[in-house]
Design a protein around this ligand. Structure first.
Ligand code: SF4
Length: 425
């Protein structure tokens, strides 16, 4: 067998990510398997989906003459991924195409039925599963039926293997510390992960249902990655955990560590926090941690809407959390969602009013997406959810929020965002 060429491809939308940490993890995990690294060539390609047209991407991919391609799939790139799969399969008939990522994980049957060009879908996190596929590919011993966590098609029939047990995150070497991610690629922000999973489980969100429990990278590992960012003069780092303060003790320890390595004024750190979990005693260690910006999900201040989406919201604790952040000079960015079941135009405006009264640094508006595999999607009949069938599955109306009100709220939210955020900056 010739030396296989393996491409890991990310089509990044700069509004979300500018490079793929998840593909970095996969290549990094591969390095623990000498047989793969010794007998194949592996390359990650990060494309900016806004900048590069499909022709450009295709040309780059085909020029590499890959034997295996792995794509990382999200709602924002899946349609382009499918077009690329179709085109490359025409040129490279023996190519093995593997898809992974949140968009295909829960929809493996649907995507395998939709496109004959997809050979394997990795469900759940990809590190161990992808490496096992490659290892078997290199050893010419595919036996797909033995690989946990995949779905695939043989002779037109689709198979779903058992799910793979979760990895201890510390088994994945850091792609920063072992040189897989080039510091030159880290722009404008570096991404660091401390925890996977979320202890909450809001019904519209993947994150709370994606893993059976929360897992953490070691504090030493996160410290070493932050020091790496500092050494390479990266000015902004996003800690991409779903809710960084969901475990108060761990949050305190990571803040203390960040204070000790003196990140303040050197790196701007952004995090996602649950406002209701912030308490007065956290003020001292947060203010010297280097955290300069916190994304806070409010979504709706309406009790019925929060109940409908299984979301914990406590008005007083929320207000208190924002005031603690303001006092610690950490800029709160509050997210609101338009189109929630239980909301309507007036409740949406009431949420906005509640948000401006607590003086966050910025208010951001998002449309409700009815993601496949979420509990909200399973409840679509109960809430009479009407939504677009194409990714990102944007809501059109629901039992309480008629389509014309949803449209009006979307239009007005653009003005409100500009109005409030310009005044605050
Ligand atoms: S919306 Fe936020 S708090 Fe809720 S499950 Fe998702 S990540 Fe967790």
């Amino acid at each position: 067998m010739k030396r296989p060429r393996i491409l890991l491809i990310a089509l990044n939308d700069p509004d979300n990510f500018t490079y793929s940490l998840s593909l970095g993890y996969i290549q990094s995990y591969m390095q623990k398997h000498k047989k793969i690294t010794d007998s194949s060539d592996v390359r990650i390609i990060n494309f900016n989906i806004r900048e590069k047209g499909i022709e450009f991407m295709l040309h780059e991919i085909i020029a590499e003459k890959p034997d295996v391609i792995g794509f990382s799939c999200y709602t924002w790139n899946i349609s382009t991924v499918l077009l690329i799969c179709e085109a490359v399969k025409k040129d490279l008939a023996d190519l093995l195409i593997i898809l992974g990522g949140p968009e295909v994980s829960e929809l493996s049957s649907e995507y395998l039925k939709l496109s004959d060009n997809i050979d394997i879908i990795v469900r759940g996190e990809g590190e161990a599963t992808f490496v096992e596929i490659l290892s078997r590919y290199i050893n010419e011993n595919m036996q797909l039926e033995r690989i946990l966590g995949i779905s695939y098609r043989i002779n037109g029939k689709i198979y779903h293997n058992e799910k793979r047990p979760l990895l201890d995150l510390n088994e994945i070497p850091s792609p920063y510390l072992n040189g897989i991610i080039d510091p030159a690629e880290i722009s404008p922000a570096g991404y660091i992960e401390f925890c996977r999973g979320c202890k909450f489980s809001c019904d519209y969100c993947y994150e709370g249902n994606r893993f059976d429990y929360q897992r953490y990278f070691s504090l030493e590992r996160v410290k070493a990655e932050l020091q790496y960012m500092k050494k390479h003069n990266i000015k902004t780092v996003a800690i991409i955990d779903a809710t960084m303060n969901s475990d108060t003790n761990k949050f305190r320890n990571v803040c203390k560590m960040m204070s000790e390595i003196n990140l303040q004024n050197k790196i701007n750190i952004s995090v996602e926090l649950k406002a209701e979990l912030l308490e007065d005693q956290m003020f001292d260690y947060m203010k010297s941690s280097g955290i300069s910006m916190a994304g806070i999900g409010l979504q709706s201040s309406d009790n019925i809407s929060n109940e409908n989406i299984g979301r914990y919201f406590d008005r007083q604790k929320f207000e208190k959390g924002i005031s603690i952040l303001n006092k610690a000079k950490i800029k709160p960015y509050i997210d609101l969602i338009c189109g929630l079941p239980g909301d309507n135009f007036f409740k949406f405006i009431a949420t906005y009013k509640f948000a401006i009264n607590i003086r966050p640094y910025a208010i951001l508006f998002f449309n409700l997406n009815i993601l496949q595999g979420t509990r909200l999607n399973q409840n679509k009949d109960r809430f009479a959810l009407v939504y677009n069938n194409e990714p990102p599955y944007e809501v059109i109306s629901n039992y309480s929020f008629p389509a014309e009100e949803v449209n009006l709220a979307k239009i007005i939210s653009k003005t409100l965002k500009m109005e409030y955020n310009t005044r605050m900056s």
